[in-house]
Design a protein around this ligand. Structure first.
Ligand code: HEC
Length: 163
């Protein structure tokens, strides 16, 4: 196996996992789509579903990298799925899809949103290719950059779930 566990790397990924757990538990809370948002359009539900898919693939990558599960053969499958799904982010905020946990600001800053969508696309492609290459420091950098690209967009454009 190309990816060996070094403790520093494991710690970093564990921290990333903890914040992912938050992200994913947020998804569970929001799953009913009915907490104080009233009606949610299918377009908004679709966005939410696609986001949850990314959260799941990213969490799966993290679980394998930290060796919490012994599924090395699945690593690239999830990383590739994450990158493929990230390529759709740009199209998730079309006019008429307002609502869900997306803040109205997102429809006022199309250029910034395009940039954020591009960032997550680039970061996830880099993560998949780093995992394919097996270089630990590249994997670490790419993993962090991916998490940062999700977080950056969420902090600005996603409603907080916990209240
Ligand atoms: C372009 C901005 C943007 C990027 C980039 C982005 N997200 Fe999101 N994400 C959102 C918005 C906005 C929502 C709320 C969607 C809704 O409810 O309509 C969301 C919702 C989610 C949710 C649902 C959980 C919740 O608390 O509502 C998960 C899980 C998620 N994103 C994971 C990810 C992951 C993982 C990445 C990075 C690989 C990522 N997202 C990248 C904007 C983004």
């Amino acid at each position: 196996m190309r990816i060996r566990c070094i403790s520093k790397f494991a710690t970093m990924v564990t921290i990333a996992l903890a914040s992912l757990a938050l992200l994913v538990s947020g998804a569970a809370v929001a799953d009913g789509d009915d907490h104080d948002h009233g009606e949610t359009s299918d377009a908004a539900k679709y966005r939410h579903t696609v986001m949850e898919a990314m959260g799941s693939h990213f969490a799966a990558v993290a679980l394998i990298l930290t060796k919490r599960v012994d599924m090395p053969d699945d690593l690239l499958i999830h990383a590739t799925a994450l990158a493929n799904t990230a390529a759709t982010v740009d199209g998730l905020f079309a006019a008429g899809s307002e609502g869900g946990d997306a803040l109205p600001l997102i429809w006022e800053e199309p250029d910034e949103v395009d940039a954020a969508a591009q960032e997550v696309m680039d970061a996830t492609v880099a993560l998949a290719s780093a995992l394919e290459g097996g270089d630990r420091s590249q994997i670490k950098t790419a993993f962090k950059a991916t998490g940062a690209s999700c977080k950056g967009c969420h902090e600005r454009y996603k409603e907080e779930d916990e209240d």
